[in-house]
Ligand binder design. Sequence first.
Ligand SMILES: N=C(N)NCCCC[C@H](N)C(=O)O
Ligand SMILES: O=C(O)CCC(=O)C(=O)O
Ligand SMILES: [Fe+2]
Length: 329
Amino acid sequence: MATDFKSIPIIDIGPLLSKSDDPDMGSDPGVAQVVEQLDRACREAGFFYVKGHGVPDPLVKEVRSIARKFFHLPYEEKLKIKMTPEAGYRGYQRLGENITKGVPDLHEAIDCYTEIKPGRYGALGKPMEGPNQWYRNHTVYKFNRSGYSVSVVELSRKIMRGIGLALGGSPSEFEGDRAGEAFWVTRIIGYPGVPDANGDNKTDNDVGCGAHTDYGLVTLVNQDDDITALQVRNLSGEWISAPPIPGTFVCNIGDMLKIWSNGLYESTLHRVVNSNAKFRVCVAYFYEPNYDAAVEPLDFCIQKSGGVRKLGKAVYGEHLVAKVQTNFA
Ligand SMILES: N=C(N)NCCCC[C@H](N)C(=O)O
Ligand SMILES: O=C(O)CCC(=O)C(=O)O
Ligand SMILES: [Fe+2]
């Protein structure tokens, strides 16, 4: 977020998708145009809408509708898949259980992560080990077997190929030991509506999710079509809404891409305030580096920054664990 953007750009990535497995994709004029738009959006806002993504609309909607049904179940039912540290922080968390900068958030959620085989990453992976918890298999069916999860992984991978070019590197910059085995996070989130849509009854605790940055490479947000609640902070600190645009995902940059790009691309602060009377559902998919990736500014990004290295090194798994362990006090 390097500017005072007032709205979030929309990028039709169709041309990128059709060429994204061609090693010479950078010389295609259609791809070049998308890459230029990606570069601009990532520098100016760190947020953009992805249009022309090819994920079928009925599937995108169905995933939200299954999520909505789950949240409307009685509390005791939802507790059957309760999130605990022992379950690798996977599962259901009630309203107010997730904490952002010390303040409880007004949302409930199911958190899922790439399953880690016991011992795979030693002590680094231990806190996150455990199978995902699904309610009576219906969500697992939709997320894992309907093609939705495959679609969002592939879409993210292709966006990252475009971003490799946008930074001035190669399309495969974020593959191999960087993100060739990209770790993923899915958050299925529900935000209650306010009792009085005029805002007269608002409490102090009306923030659905406090201001934060995302942790990895890119996030794809599948949000309800009819409620504006996601807000993105610009350079002067104004909150700019990211209203739903049917047929798009909202895409934003995470902390690890900020480091790799030496801060050329920022992981922009954002928050969620549902001031609508209706319950809002969002399914956020986070495409992240390899769990054990060591992340530090790329040489060509340092060069583009006048030779000044602006950020230190991080290990993605350590960053994730530090976040997750403070998300639930
Ligand atoms: N996996 C991701 N990015 N989750 C974003 C959650 C943001 C809220 C969290 N309590 C926090 O403070 O980060
Ligand atoms: O609900 C949304 O629109 C975004 C949620 C979000 O920012 C997150 O879970 O990281
Ligand atoms: Fe977020």
